[in-house]
Write a protein that binds this ligand. Structure first.
Ligand SMILES: [Zn+2]
Ligand SMILES: [Zn+2]
Length: 263
């Protein structure tokens, strides 16, 4: 599988960076994890929508704001005869007003599905599974695991430090743990923010036995090297997510480590 970073900052986008969004591709598989503010700029909308599946981890705007861009593009391209199949959207049903707003969008060529913990999906030859995690009382939040061809990518979504042990179990022996690290220890008090520090993300990677940790969900103006230095207090193989970076998971099996390219 191949992991492409479309967005790695929060809570707002800027000229070079967008809010969380990650594209997982393989033969027959095209799966977008979240579509935060500004991230559609890094997606090939005209040629990329055919066969696209989108999973929204939770209904906070930094993770779903661009969904209406995808829906409207699907509507327009289908009307022009440039999109054959409906795109598939998987999303939580809480809070209900946002859920209904999305699934009732008229200008869309899409199929909507409600996410449920413990209900595995088969998408493009991949097994996709979920656990519900603690993040914020106003949303239902899922972590996602994608397994295909003996490879495994786990995405944390947003998660409170309280559920760190649950995520570590879910990510057991993953090739890549793609994990939010909204905070640095120097920011203090992660417990009031319902997020992880980079050091906590590093500890989860170590406990899970993951092969590599991809850190994401950075504060837009913060120096990214600080997140890496902090996570490496717990875990060695740390990659900093960056827009347009591609990570080829298969290179791990060939003993080459991860091949990261920037475009
Ligand atoms: Zn959130
Ligand atoms: Zn977030």
């Amino acid at each position: 599988m191949q992991l492409k970073i479309l967005g790695s900052v929060s809570p707002y986008a800027h000229a070079e960076g967008a809010c969380p969004s990650y594209l997982v591709c393989d033969d027959g598989l095209k799966l977008l994890l979240d579509c935060g503010s500004g991230s559609h700029r890094f997606f090939d909308m005209k040629d990329g929508l055919e066969g696209l599946n989108i999973i929204i981890s939770h209904l906070h705007r930094d993770h779903y704001n661009d969904i209406f861009n995808y829906l409207y593009a699907s509507f327009t391209l289908h009307n022009l005869g440039l999109l054959k199949d409906r795109i598939n959207i998987y999303l939580p049903d809480f809070p209900q007003n946002i859920y209904l707003d999305i699934i009732n969008e008229k200008n869309a060529f899409a199929q909507f599905h409600t996410l449920k913990a413990g209900k595995d999906l088969e998408i493009g030859g991949a097994k996709v599974s979920f656990i519900e995690v603690e993040h914020s009382k106003d949303v239902k939040t899922f972590a996602t695991k994608i397994q295909k061809g003996g490879q495994c990518i786990v995405y944390s979504g947003d998660i409170s430090y309280i559920d760190a042990p649950k995520l570590a179990r879910f990510a057991q022996n993953a090739d890549i743990l793609l994990c939010e690290s909204s905070l640095l220890c120097e920011h203090g008090f992660p417990q009031i923010c319902n997020h992880l520090t980079a050091r906590q993300a590093g500890a989860i990677a170590r406990q899970s036995g993951a092969k590599a940790l991809v850190l994401t969900h950075f504060w837009p103006e913060e120096a990214r090297e600080k997140y890496k230095a902090e996570a490496q207090l717990e875990f060695g193989n740390v990659i900093l997510a960056k827009e347009n970076m591609q990570i080829l998971v298969g290179e791990v099996e060939r003993g080459n480590g991860f091949l990261c390219r920037e475009f």
